[in-house]
Design a protein around this ligand. Structure first.
Ligand code: FES
Length: 584
């Protein structure tokens, strides 16, 4: 045993099938009964004496992003058996972005509870978490962090790109681009129907640097994934080999008892945040990393994250910030190509699931070769600031903008507010020919935050009003307390905190107010006096919606704001023990 490791034996003499027996008041009888039942499935004593590796199966007919889960499970089992352990597959909730109502975000914490409790409750010495679609990986790592059983993340991998009339297309940056063209009258109903069949060419997760790809990349940097595991497309041999290797590493994790809390340290989260900035990753990942870190008592300091952003170049040329797709990133060498370039910015001594450090894994990876997807630090896509943290009287506790996917001329902007009070209000009026709106206005959408009753949807990407879209307007400054898909683009201010539904200043923006955005000054301001804001608050006090029963009640009673990861308060430790990134 090295000093990096603890042994499961030392901490927990009960391993494998003996672990956590069911309460009958007689432990030996409990084990006797457990063995009797599992033997009904044809297992031998030899098999049952081995270390057990759980495999979380999130295959689900509603989730095409996980359409290869069965193949990955077979490969992971092969790796486990080759190392002499016993694989046991079990299901949890699975969430697809487009199939759950109101949103996958609303159910992320429920999936994390499902993962935590099933991993903790059933006998396993380590667990392989098979996830991929946006909220699944954060949910699984939140659960794994809380259960603190040795765990390794396996993602399903990105889908392949397709083509439409000779143009390469992929979900879902191009979904939004083509939908924008349709709304602007640039393509007709038949053409948009044809595109619909071309955008998603295979099973797997979205093919751009959306939330799923972002989470895969940051989790590899975090050390919780087999090296090289973030980028292989879902339908490739590389993806299956990663699954087999993941099975092998899971057995080693079980033997050495290396736990998520030993891997996901403050320094490891700094590496993950650094990668998030360098890939021009999804704004959602800030919320998810905050939630995962929060489970381990680690806070994410938004101001220091912003400082980190100022010195971190965007290096990966993928949509929506750049031009290419995940399969191109994989062909360019995948994550190690980026990590090598980022080396001076990283903590190289953080542990990974292999038992080796991140620096050792970078050194052990195949040599680099000429490629054009990952730029050098000297020739970045953007010199700094993929993401920025804004503050001001409109967002006293912060807001996020993805500068790398914005229209650069709009990043310093002052305009008149055109306000929508809710999703319904927006749906009703945004395309009305009578809407009083101009290209140099600021669109404001209220009441789509965590406590709004909407599930904090990815509606922060407000559509350009039809009459402006038809006049050729492609982007406007848009502000909300909601989220935006990682695949979206535009000058969009998100996660305004505190949200409107709990009485944040956003609730008191009126049509015609002036709003100033200055990305360089990190400012988002409502140009209304403090006295006037106070007067508006007194005139219209806000009470968040109340709910009578069920998970909805649990959600609205317990959910935190964006700066605490939109997690449930009772799932986070009472005392936070670390805060990252540290000032440099
Ligand atoms: Fe599943 Fe995009 S919808 S990853």
């Amino acid at each position: 045993m090295t000093d990096r490791e603890t042994t499961a034996d030392a901490e927990n003499p009960e391993k494998g099938l003996k672990k956590g027996v069911t309460n009958y008041g007689d432990k030996e009888f409990s084990l006797f009964l457990r063995k009797a039942f599992i033997k009904g499935a044809g297992y031998s004593d030899d098999a049952l004496d081995r270390p057990i590796i759980g495999i979380v199966n999130t295959a689900n007919d509603y989730n095409p992003c996980h359409g290869n889960a069965a193949q990955l499970i077979e490969a992971a089992k092969r790796g486990i058996l080759l190392e002499g352990a016993l694989p046991m597959v079990f299901p949890t909730i699975s969430l697809h972005e487009s199939f759950v109502n109101p949103t996958a975000m609303y159910l992320r914490n429920l999936m994390s509870i499902d993962t935590e409790e099933t991993v903790r409750a059933q006998p396993m010495d380590a667990v392989i978490l098979i996830g991929g679609c946006d909220k699944t990986v954060p949910a699984q790592l939140m659960g794994a962090a809380s259960a603190d059983v040795p765990a390794i993340q396996l993602v399903t991998g990105p889908m392949l790109t397709g083509s439409y009339e000779g143009e390469r297309v992929g979900a879902c940056t191009d979904c939004r681009r083509y939908w924008g063209k349709y709304r602007a009258g640039e393509i007709n109903a038949q053409q948009i129907a044809d595109v619909n069949t071309r955008l998603v060419s295979s099973i797997g997760t979205c093919s751009v640097m959306g939330t799923a790809s972002t989470m895969a990349c940051v989790v590899e940097a975090l050390g919780m994934m087999t090296p090289g595991g973030a980028t292989p497309p879902a339908v490739t041999a590389d993806r299956v080999r990663i699954a087999e290797q993941t099975g092998r590493y899971a057995v080693q994790l079980a033997k050495h008892g290396l736990r998520p809390s030993q891997i996901m340290t403050g320094k490891a989260f700094e590496n993950a945040l650094r990668v998030l900035l360098a890939i021009g990753g999804s704004t959602n990942a800030i919320i998810h990393l905050t939630a995962i870190a929060g489970r381990l008592g680690i806070e994410i300091d938004l101001d220091q994250l912003d400082a980190m952003g100022r010195e971190t170049p965007v290096l990966v040329d993928l949509k929506p910030s750049g031009q290419n797709y995940m399969e191109d990133f994989h062909k360019a060498g995948g994550m190690v190509t980026l990590l090598r370039e980022l080396r001076p910015f990283l903590h190289l001594d953080t542990l990974t699931v292999t038992g080796r450090t991140l620096g050792e894994e970078i050194d052990a990876a195949p040599k680099s070769f000429p490629q054009e997807i990952v730029r050098s630090v000297q020739k970045p896509i953007y010199a700094s600031g993929g993401l920025a943290v804004l503050r001001g009287n409109l967002a006293p506790q912060g807001a996020i903008i993805k500068q790398a996917a914005a229209t650069q001329e709009l990043l310093e902007f002052e305009g008149r507010a055109v306000v929508f009070e809710s999703l319904e209000d927006m749906a009703e009026r945004i395309d009305s020919p009578d809407l009083d709106v101009n290209a140099d206005d600021v669109l404001v959408l209220k009441n789509i935050g965590p406590r709004s009753g909407t599930g904090m949807p990815e509606a922060g990407y407000l559509p350009i009003p039809k009459k402006l879209a038809r006049a050729g307007v492609k982007d406007m400054v848009r502000i909300s307390d909601g989220r935006m898909s990682g695949t979206a683009f535009g000058t969009i201010v998100l996660h305004v905190n505190p949200e409107a539904s709990v009485g944040g200043p956003l609730a008191y923006v009126h049509n015609g107010d002036r709003i100033r955005l200055s990305a360089s000054k990190r400012e988002i301001s409502l140009l209304v006096s403090d006295e006037e804001l106070e007067r508006r608050k007194r005139a219209k006090p806000i009470t968040p919606p109340t709910v009578e029963r069920g998970f909805q009640r649990l959600f609205y009673d317990s959910v935190t704001q964006a700066d605490a990861g939109v997690d449930f308060e009772f799932l986070r430790p009472k005392v936070m023990t670390d805060k990252v990134p540290k000032a440099r």
